[in-house]
Design a protein around this ligand. Structure first.
Ligand code: AMP
Ligand code: TRP
Length: 328
């Protein structure tokens, strides 16, 4: 039986953080065992915000290197850069012409981003989810592993597939979104989603001391003022992180001993730091090795793009033919 196809993407801006890792990337690596997985560094999505060309180019390679270090290796999946496969933007244009503007204006990410970048509310920010729909549907992916913030975009992708199919005939499957066990972690402020653009992130390649400093000063249960006050793990972001990084026994201990004030926040943070670093240390070592060998990373991306172009070209030919766009 043919394996189901998985597709997901990440923007190459800023640093890859713990939210990206536990919300998406860790799950991607698990899925490679069972599915035919394609992962993408979505550079065209990132230019909805102004990028400095030189730093941008380095950021794209660094993101790819980090993903490989996390386990998205060519032995188990396909990794490529979006702009290497022209059909993404081509299909996105077609979807632009099928989608009412109202559907796009309703997207939470559009509303948030246009608040954040008031001086640059460009059309790409609005049509961003249709490029995402094109990414997914171009490979007829059935499963899209993402963090919670992307669910609305996958729902739009489903509607887009349905719209195309009903007008031009069955072409695209409607993909399902798949959340990880930790679909959303908050930033070090404990109030807003951990995000590259909010400055509240902990990067997965940051040195152990830097990660400790961020954890040490991170907001916990704000009702717990004194060491002797009982805490409530259910509302504490650090506990969410424990659930993602610590073994079951530690999670159970933290849950009980935080409530009974047997441990303080600093004790809890120390345990968390140890467990986070246990998981990140090998990733950091592999990433450092990759940094020294950019030729390898470029090679992986080249190979990935070749494979994706071979999948995308016939699909686009079919789409053009169905729409009455003449071949040469
Ligand atoms: P982005 O950095 O926006 O390209 O996101 C890449 C992936 O990480 C997407 O699947 C997001 O849903 C996921 N993600 C981003 N931030 C978080 C977070 N704070 N918690 C969980 N998942 C996240
Ligand atoms: N929009 C996603 C984000 O901001 C990134 C992305 C682009 C994506 N294309 C995708 C995710 C396709 C899943 C599938 O996180």
């Amino acid at each position: 039986m043919e394996r189901k196809r998985v597709f997901s993407g990440i923007q190459p801006t800023g640093i890859i953080h713990l939210g990206n890792y536990v919300g998406a990337i860790k799950n991607w690596v698990t899925l490679t065992k069972e599915y035919d997985c394609i992962f993408c560094v979505v550079d065209y999505h990132a230019i909805t915000v102004q990028q400095d060309p030189e730093a941008f180019q380095q950021g794209i390679l660094r993101a790819a290197n980090t993903l490989i270090a996390c386990g998205t290796t060519p032995e188990c999946c396909t990794l490529f850069v979006q702009s290497h496969v022209r059909e993404h933007t081509e299909l996105a244009w077609i979807f632009n012409c099928l989608t009412p503007i109202g559907d796009l204006e309703r997207m939470t990410q559009f509303k948030d981003k246009s608040q954040q970048h008031r001086d640059n509310i460009n059309a790409g920010l609005l049509t961003y989810p249709l490029l995402q729909a094109a990414d997914i549907l171009l490979y007829r992916a059935q499963i899209v592993p993402v963090g919670e913030d992307q669910v609305q975009h996958i729902e739009l992708t489903r509607r887009t597939a349905r719209r195309f199919n009903s007008r031009f005939g069955e072409t695209f499957p409607e993909p399902d979104w798949l959340l990880s066990q930790t679909p959303r972690i908050m930033g070090t402020d404990g109030k807003t989603k951990m995000s590259k653009s909010l400055g509240n992130e902990i990067g997965i390649l940051e040195p152990p001391e830097a990660i400790w400093e961020k954890l040490r000063t991170a907001t916990t249960d704000e009702n717990r003022i004194r060491r002797t006050d009982p805490g409530n793990p259910d509302i504490c972001n650090l506990y969410t992180m424990h659930k993602a990084f610590s073994p079951a026994e530690t999670i159970a201990v933290v849950n009980v001993q935080c409530r009974s004030a047997e441990i303080g926040c600093i004790d809890c943070k120390k345990m968390l730091h140890e467990n986070i670093m246990r998981e990140l240390a090998p990733i950091q070592a592999r990433a450092a090795e990759g940094e020294r060998n950019p030729g390898y990373v470029r090679g992986v991306l080249r190979q990935g793009a070749e494979k994706c172009r071979a999948l995308a070209a016939p699909l686009m030919q079919d789409v053009r033919a169905k729409m009455g766009l003449p071949g040469e």
